[in-house]
Ligand binder design. Structure first.
Ligand code: GMT
Length: 381
C-alpha cells in the first residue's frame, strides 16, 4: 500500500511512534511517504520505500501566525496526487487531523477518495485538545476520520469522556522493535557515567510540566542519601533550567548529568539500572517501554495509561502522582538488592516483548484495510 504519514518530526513520543511505524511498514513492502516540516529525528535513511516531503511555510509579514495547516493540507493534496497515495495516517490530532480532513475534501473535488486514519497520542486530547479554543475543531476532525486509534485504553476512555465522539476508537498500543535489542551487546561504557559501586538512574522526556521534573530530582535526592547513585537526565524543555537550579540547591549537581536531546537512547538505557517516570499525565509512556526492553525497571506514577505498560511489583512500581516518598522507597527496594534488581530487569524485558512491533504492525495493517474499504464504500454509496 502507498501510505502518507503526517507527524511531528521532533523528539517526542508521537513522532517516534509514527517514524518507527513508517520504517516497519516500509520493511514489509509498503511505500511510505512522510509529510512534515522537517525530516523526523529517528528517520535516518531514505530508500525506495521511504520518502520524505518537506512542508514549507513561506513567511509573510501580514500574518502574525503563519498558516501551517494550509501549507500541510496543500502539500498533502500534491503528494497524494503525485505518488498515487492510497491512505493517509495522521499522528497527533492537532492540527494534523484537521489538515488531513481539508486535504480529503479538496481531493474529493477531483474524484479522489483518500481514507484517513487518525492516531491520538495523549496531549492532543488530555492537555491541548480539550481547551475550549480547540475543542470543536478537534471533535470535528476526529469524527471525520475514517478510523480513529488511541495508544492506550485509558486514552480511549478519556477521549470519549472529553469529546462528543461518534466514531469507534480502536486501541493500538505503542511498540518497540525487539530485533534491535540483543542480549549479547554488553559494551555499555558504563564507566563513562558512574563508578562501579554507583547505581545509574535515568529519566528521558521533553521536560514539560506534566513530567513533574522536580519530583524526579527529589526522588533521586532521597535515593542517593541511602546508596551511591548517579542521575542521568536526557532531553530538553521548559523545566530543565529549574531542574538544574534545584540540583544545585540540594547540593547534588555533581551527581546529576544533564545530557540534552539524544539519538542514542538505547546506549544510555544500556547502562541504566532504573528509570523514573512520575508524570502527572501520560497516555502510554513510550519512554518507559523503551527502558523496559533495555532491561530497565520503572518507578512511575499511576497516571493515565502507564499501568497498561508498567506492571506493579513485576516490571517496577507505581505510586500516586506526587508521592515521592513512596517512589524513593520503591526505588531503593529494587536498587538495594542485586538479586531483586536482576529479577525486575528480566521481568521488564519479558513484558516489553509483548509490545513487539511484529505483534502491533498487523493491527495497523488491518485498520488500513478497514479504512480503505470504508472510504471506498462511502465514495460509491
Ligand atoms: O510525552 C510527551 O509530552 C510527548 C507526547 C507526544 O505526543 O509526542 O507523548 C504522548 O505520546 C506518546 C506516544 O504515543 C505517549 O507514549 C506519551 O505518553 C504521550 N504523552 C502524554 O500523554 C503526556
Amino acid at each position: 500500500m502507498k501510505i502518507a504519514i503526517v507527524c511531528y518530526p521532533t523528539f517526542g513520543g508521537s513522532g517516534v511512534v509514527a517514524t518507527e511505524l513508517g520504517i516497519a511498514l516500509a520493511d514489509r513492502g509498503h511505500e511510505v511517504h512522510f509529510v512534515t516540516y522537517r525530516q523526523p529525528v529517528r528517520l535516518e535513511l531514505l530508500n525506495n520505500n521511504i520518502h520524505f516531503h518537506e512542508v514549507h511555510v513561506p513567511e509573510y509579514p501580514l500574518f502574525k501566525y503563519q498558516p501551517y495547516e494550509l501549507a500541510l493540507s496543500s502539500k498533502l493534496v500534491d503528494t497524494i496526487k503525485l505518488y498515487g497515495i492510497e491512505l493517509l495516517h495522521v499522528h497527533y490530532a492537532i492540527p494534523h487531523a484537521y489538515a488531513g480532513y481539508m486535504a480529503k475534501k479538496m481531493l474529493e473535488e477531483e474524484g479522489i477518495h483518500i481514507p484517513m486514519v487518525t492516531t491520538l497520542h495523549g496531549t492532543d486530547i488530555t492537555l491541548v485538545g480539550k481547551h475550549p479554543f480547540y475543542k470543536p475543531a478537534v471533535t470535528f476532525s476526529i469524527n471525520q476520520s475514517d478510523v480513529v486509534t488511541s495508544v492506550s485504553e485509558n486514552l480511549r476512555q478519556r477521549t470519549l469522556d472529553i469529546f462528543n465522539i461518534k466514531n469507534e476508537i480502536e486501541v493500538v498500543p505503542n511498540f518497540i522493535d525487539k530485533r534491535k535489542y540483543s542480549d549479547s551487546f554488553t559494551d555499555c561504557q558504563r564507566a563513562l557515567m558512574a563508578n562501579d559501586d554507583e547505581k545509574i538512574i535515568t529519566h528521558i522526556s521533553n521536560f514539560r510540566k506534566v513530567k513533574r521534573i522536580p519530583d524526579i530530582i527529589q526522588i533521586f535526592y532521597k535515593v542517593q542519601q541511602q546508596l551511591p547513585a548517579k542521575l542521568v537526565m536526557v532531553g530538553d524543555g521548559p523545566e530543565k533550567e529549574g531542574a538544574e537550579e534545584l540540583c544545585e540547591k540540594l547540593g547534588i549537581s555533581d551527581r546529576v548529568i544533564f545530557l540534552g536531546n539524544s539519538n542514542q537512547i538505547d546506549r544510555i538505557l544500556c547502562f541504566t539500572d532504573l528509570f523514573l517516570l512520575p508524570s502527572e499525565s501520560e497516555s502510554f509512556g513510550l519512554a518507559a517501554l523503551e527502558a523496559m526492553i533495555n532491561k530497565v525497571p520503572v518507578i512511575s506514577s499511576n497516571a493515565g495509561g502507564i499501568p497498561e505498560v508498567n506492571q506493579q511489583g513485576v516490571t517496577g512500581y507505581l505510586s500516586e502522582i506526587g508521592d515521592i516518598d513512596e517512589m524513593a522507597q520503591n526505588a531503593l527496594k529494587i536498587l538495594g538488592d542485586d538479586k531483586v534488581l536482576e529479577s525486575f530487569k528480566a521481568n521488564a524485558k519479558k513484558v516489553a516483548l509483548d509490545f513487539d512491533i511484529l505483534n502491533i504492525l498487523p493491527l495497523y495493517e488491518d485498520i488500513y484495510k478497514k479504512a480503505y474499504e470504508r472510504r471506498y464504500k462511502n465514495a460509491i454509496g
